[in-house]
Design a binder for this molecule. Structure first.
Ligand SMILES: N=C(N)NCCCC(=O)O
Ligand SMILES: [Zn+2]
Ligand SMILES: [Zn+2]
Length: 309
């Protein structure tokens, strides 16, 4: 029997500590198959700071989640032991040290992780940890931005560069790399050429609109095949109307309905880990962004739970 969340019909959901979805902490169980972990770190940002407060805001917004997912027909917390593993301690004054600490902490956990960021820099050490276990993985990356740029101010490790570094390090399977939701101005056409050369295929925000969710899911599933796959969700993939609380917002994005439906379309894929990053609560209103992120995390947890048993 798995230890589930606090029952919101017995204890008001606004009472008590805010673990993700009111789940038990890692130290309250003997083993866990799926863990939600926070990485409060935003030293890699190029514009508005504040994603260091993302994990706390997403946990707070997750109080309203319920234990049955009708879209995927699964009770994720019954199907698997899901826990909140707390926050990884990352040095806010030293990006290199933070990246190492994240890789070590993530690599030391047996459960499959859904990580709440934090800025997008953290995807690199999380991918390293996953690749150590599974070899080079497929990637489905939801974002307004490519995040395959080379450097900012000469710095290699930033929130705009994790996936270029990951390809260079050989931890991604370059036959199976997708960006979804890309839009907005670039520095030049070369950004797209570099991205293609690194191996990425792009489904833009306009593609989601014109081709629709089902066709996007088909393309993604075909690219992923039966490879182990990591899903990285930068919350700015959503339109600023659906996610105002983020550091580098771009107009013309996905709705939360589209994002959640595409995620559900990945059911049955060999998901080995996932993240939700770039929630910056200081720019949020009425918890719009943190509610969206909590639902994205719930769907990712549900996809991981579906693989159990
Ligand atoms: N990963 C995120 N959210 N943003 C990257 C933006 C990089 C830039 O300032 O051009
Ligand atoms: Zn982004
Ligand atoms: Zn990003």
């Amino acid at each position: 029997m798995n230890l589930g969340p606090v029952d919101s019909s017995q204890v008001p959901r606004f009472a008590g500590p805010a673990t993700f979805a009111r789940l038990p902490r890692l130290d309250q169980v003997e083993r866990a198959e799926v863990a939600v972990v926070g990485v409060p770190f935003d030293t890699g940002v190029s514009y508005r700071p504040g994603a260091r407060f993302g994990p706390a805001a997403v946990r707070e917004a997750s109080r309203l989640l319920r234990p049955y997912h009708p879209g995927l027909d699964v009770s994720p917390f019954e199907r698997a032991q899901v826990v909140d593993a707390g926050d990884i301690v990352a040095n806010p004054f030293d990006i290199g040290a933070a990246i190492e600490a994240i890789e070590t902490a993530a690599g030391g956990m047996d459960a499959r992780l859904v990580t709440i960021g934090g800025d997008h820099t953290i995807a690199l050490p999380l991918l390293r940890a996953v690749a150590r276990r599974h070899g080079p993985v497929a990637l489905v990356h939801f974002d307004a931005h490519l995040d395959t740029w080379d450097t900012y101010f000469g710095a290699e490790y930033t929130h705009g560069t994790p996936f270029r570094r990951a390809v260079e390090e050989g931890i991604l399977d370059t036959e199976a790399l997708s960006h979804v939701g890309i839009r907005g101005p670039l520095y030049g056409k070369r950004d797209l050429e570099d991205d293609r050369r690194l191996g990425f295929g792009i489904l833009t925000a306009a593609d989601v609109l014109r081709r629709g969710v089902d066709e996007v899911v088909d393309v993604l599933r075909q690219r992923v095949g039966d490879r182990p796959v990591y899903v990285s969700v930068d919350i700015d993939v959503l339109d600023p109307a659906h996610a105002p609380g983020t550091g580098t917002p771009e107009a013309g994005g996905l709705t939360s309905r589209e994002l959640l439906e595409i995620l559900r379309g990945l059911a049955g894929c060999d998901l080995v880990g996932a993240d939700v990053v770039e929630v910056a609560p200081a720019y949020d209103h009425a918890e719009i962004t943190s509610v969206a992120a909590s639902h994205v995390a719930y769907d990712l947890v549900s996809l991981l739970a579906l693989r159990e048993k």
